[in-house]
Design a protein around this ligand. Structure first.
Ligand SMILES: [Zn+2]
Length: 380
């Protein structure tokens, strides 16, 4: 069946077998102490809750299911080393069982189901691209787990195992012969792994908006623009804490969209981590449902203008179990041209009112600095 319209949804129950467990240790300068367990921030229950939001709101029923599949080792080696892939497999197979935790990197817990989940996350990202490139659907949302944008070639990092978006971009190029792919990373942390994957590559334009010098430290500075033939094709937009809906909207209107219109990608990929939300425990950006809806609409508008609407969103981070599902629905709805009418959990509160209207001097200065810097490569 060929559908020129419609939105694909990629999800696989195996994603929930990547179990990051619980935290019980509080680290101090002079040691640590134990306390009652609480879920790890990158909890499977948040992924599960997002899926329940999509199901319960009726959005899933309006979307076309696209199956995930395991990535092959050769598909992963477009970026990752064979040694690293083998290390993850060995760690998971010979290592801890569910409920007993080990880590392949200091901040990335793995469980027995993690290797399989990670293979299906990268494969799900590729199938999302495939469904859009084949015209089965117009655009797609991939609710992946584990996320990918921090993962580097030989190391897990920041809760990420394989770099799903990097693997998907290589797939789009290798299978469909695309010459220009744009990756927009609105996850609040810097997509260091994705930047590294394409740092000298003009065929992939990487644009990242993130809280300045947050995670990883000193990663995503303005000055990191790519190297060699790739110079100018890495566009970092570091933003101050408290940027909010207006600041993000301005960043997209003043930088992301104009640069995209000049680059004219044949496919737009979004690293969609909804952790710039205003309740997130791992950042301080104050973005609401309305802010995510607007970012999604602006990226769709860009894709409509330059590549017949071909756009794929891939789930990255997001750590407020309460609010991330709301913000994810807000990002997904424009893909379908739908509004299911979920009321913003915090709409009407004075705090949210402030976050949607705030536009601080620091945000203004950060945007001005980014425009001035990137003018070296783009007309903005
Ligand atoms: Zn993040």
């Amino acid at each position: 069946m060929s559908l020129t319209n419609g939105t694909g949804l990629i999800f696989d129950e195996r994603y929930l077998n990547h179990d990051t467990g619980v935290q019980t240790t509080v680290t101090m300068r002079t040691g640590s102490f134990q306390l009652a367990p609480e879920p790890h921030p990158s909890s499977l229950y948040i992924t599960q809750r997002i899926k329940q939001f999509l199901d319960g709101s009726g959005l899933t029923a309006q979307m076309h299911p696209v199956a995930a599949r395991p990535a092959t080792e050769n598909e992963l080696t477009v970026y990752h080393t064979r040694n690293y892939i083998a290390a993850v497999r060995a760690h998971v197979e010979g290592g801890p069982v569910r409920g007993d935790w080990g880590e392949i990197a200091s901040d990335t817990p793995l469980s027995r189901g993690s290797f399989d989940a990670a293979l299906y996350a990268a494969g799900g990202a590729m199938n999302a691209v495939r469904s859009v490139m084949n015209g089965e659907v117009r655009n797609a949302y991939a609710l992946l787990r584990p996320p990918g944008h921090h993962a580097v070639s030989n190391r897990a990092m920041g809760f990420c195992v394989f770099n799903n978006v990097a693997v998907a971009a290589h797939y789009a190029r290798n299978v469909y012969g695309l010459e220009r792919i744009m990756i927009v990373d609105w996850d609040v942390h810097h997509g260091n792994g994705t930047q590294d994957a394409f740092y000298s590559d003009p065929g992939v334009l990487f644009v990242s908006l993130h809280q300045h010098n947050w995670y990883p430290k000193l990663s995503g500075e303005l000055e990191q623009v790519g190297t060699g033939a790739g110079a100018g094709y890495t566009v970092n937009i570091p933003l101050p804490a408290g940027t909010g809906d207006r600041g993000y909207g301005a960043a997209f209107e003043q930088l992301v969209v104009p640069i995209g219109l000049q680059y004219r990608p044949q496919l737009v990929l979004i690293s969609a981590g909804q952790d710039a939300n205003w309740l997130d425990p791992l950042a301080q950006m104050m973005v609401t449902m309305a802010g995510f809806r607007k970012m999604s609409e602006l990226m769709l508008g860009l894709a409509e203008e330059v590549c017949e609407g071909r756009l794929v969103m891939l789930q990255e981070g997001g750590y407020s179990a309460a609010y991330v599902p709301y913000c994810t629905v807000a990002a997904v709805e424009p893909l379908l041209g739908s509004d299911v009418g979920i009321a913003d959990l915090y709409a009407g509160s004075a705090e949210v009112e402030r976050s949607t209207t705030i536009f601080t001097r620091e945000t203004h200065q950060a945007l001005a600095a980014a425009r001035k810097w990137h003018k070296n490569w783009w007309k903005i």
